[in-house]
Design a binder for this molecule. Sequence first.
Ligand code: ADP
Ligand code: ADP
Ligand code: ZN
Length: 218
Amino acid sequence: MKIIMLGAPGAGKGTQAKMIAGKYGIPHISTGDIFRANIKDQTELGMEAKKYMDQGLLVPDELTVKILLDRVAKDDCRNGYVLDGFPRTIPQAEVLDKAVEELNESIDFAVNVDVKDENIIKRMSGRRACLKCGATYHIEHIPPKQEGICDSCGSELVLRDDDKPETVKKRLSVYHEQTQPLIDYYNKKGILREVDGSQDMNDVFNAIVAILDGADKH
Ligand code: ADP
Ligand code: ADP
Ligand code: ZN
């Protein structure tokens, strides 16, 4: 199964993508996590991506597409994957379509996790991330067992540089301009599905599972 998660920054794509990956036994691929891991290791790619990420801008398509295509070509992607944060522009979506078509395969669903902008700003200021394993928490809604420490790997949790309110506002405007058009793009292909992302995390997940398991009748 090949799934794309759509939604504004902070809508809960990553949270849901991890749960989907766990239930269906497919890898969770987050371009943001790949960039952050590269920044942490101070690779050339990481340093290049950081210039854009810190300003709330998208990393150029050329760079992003290469990383994604390398990742989905790996063996563990043979039975599918859940993409979180890719595609974010129409050209990225077109490259992905082409790559999937070349394998005579197709994307099953693009799931749009819908949350209003006002709620996003609140969510982001409470987000805490583990830069080691990619886990995310929320200080109020989804707290770690021990404050400031990752449940999965024991590393220290941080407020991402780009989760400060000024940068979040910029990211939201970039989202509306460059990423939101993908909703229409996948709707035209007949694979768009919408879920209300303002519900409790488990209710959002149940709605997604109903879609993926084909119980969704629209
Ligand atoms: P969020 O989950 O909050 O939306 P991500 O971790 O997906 O954030 O992305 C963080 C940043 O990484 C983005 O603001 C952007 O700069 C960069 N990035 C991640 N994925 C892409 C992509 N597909 N295209 C361009 N830039 C990307
Ligand atoms: P995205 O990947 O779309 O940027 P995340 O999955 O990282 O979003 O979620 C953003 C923040 O909101 C995180 O702090 C996360 O723990 C929290 N969160 C995710 N889903 C929910 C939910 N349904 N209700 C409340 N908070 C949530
Ligand atoms: Zn961790």
